[in-house]
Design a protein around this ligand. Structure first.
Ligand SMILES: C[S@@+](CC[C@H](N)C(=O)[O-])C[C@H]1O[C@@H](n2cnc3c(N)ncnc32)[C@H](O)[C@@H]1O
Length: 490
């Protein structure tokens, strides 16, 4: 496994934790919910796990810990219930070559771009880039002025309305039916289908992309499918409009700008329909750019959990319920368990990832998600959440070496979501694991999906536990390190 040492020396300074840079390169490719900054993860891995030691992340998400562990020459087991998270991480830890992604894009361009663009053709023969809809009424059509890239805004003519109407009733043939729940938190309803969230034209064009991706050699499909998941929100009718924003801080403009899609399944009254090809191509080009710039650090072998534990493979990225999957790691074998579990009712990952899993033709096991959800049909109560987290901590504690550490990135709005930590106060059941201290996890502006509700907590903590009473000096160096457990309000 190759290491780009110089890059990691600077990531490892404790000050770097206080000023995370935001997501760059491959980390910026996908907007996985609740992504954590790489700096604290890299710092903790480099100081709490020796080279070739074993790092475990049971709630892996988009794979920040796996990527950092492999880059730093540690072995890693990453587990997540969300198939989209696992497939994304597998690609990020063994990224495709820039050339192969360019070749795939070029094939898809030749296969379907004209057919997609034809559905957005205006009466002038140009291709529309965006439509603004108010409810069911088309209000505006945007196109670019050829190579000058100036935006031209028109009112829709009969031709534009006819084009939209032609595919309005399109029913998906390939994309499976979504499984949504009645969840006021994210404005979703159990009765939603894909046509509640996309125009017929968008669904038609997404299926054209899927067909072309399916014609690629098997080994080239994954980066394209994952690019489609990364772009799917922007292809939906959930993209809101922004007004009143001037180019300078002091100026105000009445111009409408394109917002991003909203976190939650709702269709703003005034919303965009964006050209599906443009959304897809932009995402693939972002991947190509990241691949061009990313250092050649990951040259790791992936295998099963037992391969990693026997040091036959560098990493295992496993799809499943972590409480069950952790059992296959031998007791007393992990140097560091570093993880970011769902924080009470902060984000229901599987619900929000359903569109990504539909693109990937995966069926997430909603029943096993550890989360507090507003969706009544899911019966994910705080009581059940605490019981599952207790169970997780009991199993995780047994997997740690005698001098091993457990780091949880955590915060929750209500005290009821902190109750599972009582496991650690019952020494017998927690295999003698004690709290060492915590530090505030600082996010760069706009880097993380934050909780905006009243009373929501704006930052998370890195909570460090260990079986040993000795506190590593490198932990004490972390800015604002505290040996007192945060006291949530009840
Ligand atoms: C806060 S996110 C992790 C985000 C991650 N730190 C990152 O940087 O992208 C929590 C993750 O826990 C996963 N999860 C929820 N219940 C799980 C379970 N029972 N077993 C494994 N993973 C689970 C969710 O799918 C989600 O990806």
């Amino acid at each position: 496994m190759k290491l780009a040492q110089t890059e990691f020396e600077c990531l490892m300074s404790p000050e770097a934790l206080a000023v995370p840079e935001g997501y760059k390169g491959l980390y910026a490719f996908h907007k996985y919910w609740g992504k954590k900054p790489a700096e604290p993860v890299a710092y903790l891995i480099s100081h709490l796990c020796p080279k070739d030691g074993l790092v475990v992340d049971p709630f892996l998400g988009s794979g920040v810990s796996a990527i950092e562990a492999l880059r730093l020459g540690r072995r890693v087991v990453g587990i997540d219930l969300n198939p989209a998270a696992v497939r994304l991480t597998r690609m990020l830890v063994k990224p495709p070559s820039k050339k192969s992604v360019e070749k795939s894009l070029s094939y898809i361009n030749g296969a379907v771009r004209e057919a997609i663009d034809a559905t957005y053709r205006t009466s002038s023969g140009k291709t529309a880039t965006h439509y603004i809809w108010q409810g069911e009424k088309m209000k505006n059509v945007w196109r670019t002025n050829g190579s000058a890239r100036t935006r031209i805004e028109d009112f829709p003519d009969d031709h534009d309305l006819k084009m939209a109407a032609e595919l309005a009733d399109y029913r998906p043939r390939q994309l499976r039916t979504p499984r949504f729940f009645t969840n006021s938190r994210i404005n979703s309803k159990a009765s939603f289908d894909l046509r509640s969230l996309f125009t017929g034209r968008a669904l038609h064009n997404i299926e054209l992309l899927l067909k072309a991706i399916g014609e690629l050699p098997q080994s080239s499909r994954e980066p394209m499918l994952l690019s489609l998941t990364a772009a799917i929100g922007q292809m939906s009718s959930m993209v809101f409009t922004i007004t009143g924003r001037g180019k300078m801080n002091t100026t105000k403009s009445n111009k409408i700008e394109v917002g991003s899609w909203v976190i939650g399944f709702w269709k703003p009254d005034v919303h965009f329909e964006v050209n599906v090809w443009n959304c897809f191509e932009r995402r693939v080009k972002k991947l190509i750019k990241a691949l061009a710039g990313s250092p050649e650090v990951v040259d790791s072998t992936l295998g099963s959990i037992s391969d990693v534990c026997a040091s036959v493979a560098d990493g295992a990225i496993v799809n499943g319920n972590c409480v069950a999957e952790l059992q296959s790691i031998p007791d007393d074998s992990a140097d560091l368990i570093i993880t970011d579990p769902p924080h009470g009712d902060r984000i229901p990952y599987l619900e929000l990832s359903e569109l990504w899993n539909i693109v990937l033709d995966e069926q997430p096991v909603f029943e096993s998600e550890i989360v507090v959800s507003n969706a009544k049909e899911r019966a994910k109560t705080p009581k059940e959440y605490n019981e599952s987290m207790r169970q997780f901590l009991r199993v995780a504690g047994r997997k740690l070496k005698k001098a091993g550490h457990l780091v949880l990135f955590f915060n929750a709005r209500t005290g009821s979501s902190w109750q599972f930590f009582d496991v650690f106060s019952k020494t017998a059941s927690a295999a003698g694991i004690g709290f060492q201290g915590c530090f505030p996890l600082i996010y760069s502006a706009g880097s993380v999906v934050q909780d905006n509700r009243a009373g929501a907590l704006q930052s998370d903590f890195g909570l460090v536990f260990s079986r040993s009473a000795y506190v590593n000096q490198r932990l004490l160096d972390i800015p604002n390190w505290s040996s007192i457990m945060p006291q949530p309000s009840l």
